[in-house]
Ligand binder design. Structure first.
Ligand code: GDP
Ligand code: GDP
Length: 455
């Protein structure tokens, strides 16, 4: 059901490099009044329980950032979902179904003082069919005497019932331990480079744009002795350069310095170097020769950066050669050829004269900050609620897909997952991406938005 789309181009499913922050989803389901919202507030420590009431938004604000024993997850509270009085049985099942589908693990809440009802049984059927891991919460077990009520719930066939009092906090720790045990393993960090140490920059661009010249200019002044850089492993193809008071690691510089003179295969070699440098880098500076027309090859390098999910800065080199006319045409070419990256910071520089090379580092820092940025789930959903209320998804075939909630699944680059009740059109996804950028910045980083649709 996963419908992935990059705001500007498609992303490879396996490009999840640098996954630092992938959060599983835990849904709290159960019929009305069993204590779901009370439980959610208890888990959140009431940190987010009191949310400002924005009309038309509150109801959809059902997802929260939660943490237990250092494990972060997104907690979904279906208690906030509307349930109409008629056909309550059906509605509960329907809502539970949505929540279960979205979740990596489910907390199924039953009122132990009432026991299992037909509605509970209906949800159990859904849970079984889904094969999702479930922790059965026997709620309202406020004291020892009521523990027998909890034991009755073994009959549901969902394993051990956890006696909990959401009201008083009793037993919630054990229940959460069980939930954490059921969560899928943390997504392994695919990149070989841990956080920390100098940040890694790739200088990219087609042959003769001036990569080698720029590297010399930057390194010439402030070359750093590698042995003095803490937390670095020696890599002879990388160069450590101090700029703006910080040490930066320029990756795969040997590939820049090793001039390739052969004409055959030069393109292939350049593209390969781009790819390997990107794998190691966090941010790419793509050099474009401002003297020349923007070529397909330039656009391809930019696209490679986006596809790799790295931060991006575009530097127009050889600015010293430009006259008024060329400047005019260059701007036209940029508008035409690089429409997909209006968000990339831009520096007009000259590796030869050193003009504006000091602007490179601030641009790189902006891009990396965006790449690292995480929007708290509460803020994200409040914002999305407003956006969707003002500009709802168009009705198609009499149906209007509803955005249930969203979460930022990861940083580096920012990846958002939108949970929706129906297919979200590409145009509407782009609209949401544009609004996200307007609201939160994200200059210099690709953003990925995927939509999980309930079938
Ligand atoms: P929801 O509709 O499932 O979200 O249920 P609520 O969280 O709104 O709770 C319904 C009612 O049950 C409220 O009056 C709560 O105060 C009460 N309640 C929730 N948890 C407990 C509990 O552990 N013990 C007792 N005694 N009451 C509870
Ligand atoms: P690379 O293949 O991308 O590493 O490009 P080089 O650094 O080898 O530069 C290619 C050519 O462009 C060389 O002749 C450089 O002297 C020249 N060049 C590089 N940067 C500039 C610049 O800012 N201004 C001018 N006028 N020439 C430059």
């Amino acid at each position: 059901d996963e419908d992935r789309a990059l705001l500007s181009g498609e992303v490879d499913e396996d490009s999840g490099y640098g996954e630092a922050d992938l959060r599983p989803v835990v849904a709290v389901v159960g019929r009305p009044n069993v204590g779901k919202s009370t439980l959610v507030n208890r888990i959140l420590g009431r940190r987010e329980a009191v949310v400002e009431d924005v009309p038309g938004v509150t109801r959809d604000r059902v997802a929260y950032d939660a943490e237990w024993v250092g494990r972060r997850f997104t907690l979904v509270d279906t208690g906030g979902w509307e349930v109409d009085a008629s056909g309550i049985h059906l509605r509960v099942a329907e809502q539970a179904e949505v929540a279960i589908e979205l979740a990596d693990a489910v907390m199924f809440v039953v009122d132990a003082t009432v026991g299992a009802t037909d509605t509970d049984e209906a949800v159990v059927k859904l849970l079984r069919r889904s094969k999702k891991p479930v922790v059965l919460i026997a709620n309202k077990v406020d004291d020892n005497r009521s523990e027998a009520d909890a034991a009755m719930l073994w009959s549901l066939g969902l394993g051990e019932p956890y006696p909990v009092s959401s009201l008083h906090g009793r037993g919630t720790g054990d229940a959460l331990d069980a939930v954490i045990d059921l969560l899928p393993d943390k997504t392994a960090v695919a990149g070989a480079y841990p956080r920390g140490g100098p940040r890694r920059v790739a200088l990219l661009g087609r042959p003769n744009v001036g990569k080698s010249s720029l590297l010399n200019k930057l390194a010439g002044e402030e070359r750093v002795v590698v042995d003095n850089v803490a937390g670095t492993t020696r890599d002879p193809v990388d160069e450590y350069i101090e700029l703006g008071g910080k040490t930066w690691r320029f990756v795969d510089t040997a590939g820049i310095r090793r001039r390739v003179h052969q004409t055959r295969g030069a393109d292939f070699y350049a593209s390969l170097r781009t790819q390997t440098a990107l794998e190691k880098a966090e941010v790419a500076v793509v050099l474009i020769d401002a003297e020349q027309s923007i070529a397909e090859q330039d656009v391809r390098v930019v696209q490679q950066v986006i596809d790799a999910g790295r931060a991006l800065v575009i530097a127009y080199n050889k600015w010293d050669t430009l006259d008024e006319e060329r400047r005019y045409y260059l701007e036209k070419e940029i508008e035409r050829e690089l429409v997909q990256v209006p968000w990339a910071p831009r520096v007009n520089l000259s590796a030869k004269t050193g003009r504006h090379t000091d602007r490179l580092v601030p641009a790189i820092e902006v891009a990396l900050d965006s790449w690292d940025q995480r929007i708290p789930t509460g803020r994200l959903n409040a914002f999305l609620g407003e956006v969707v209320a003002a500009h709802p998804h168009p009705v198609r075939g009499g149906k209007q897909p509803r955005i249930l909630f969203a979460t930022q699944a990861s940083t580096r680059p920012p990846r958002f997952v939108i949970f929706a009740s129906g297919f979200i059109e590409a145009g509407y996804r782009r609209f949401i991406e544009r609004r996200l950028r307007e609201e939160f910045g994200f200059d210099g980083t690709p953003i990925e938005i995927s939509v999980r649709v309930r079938e």
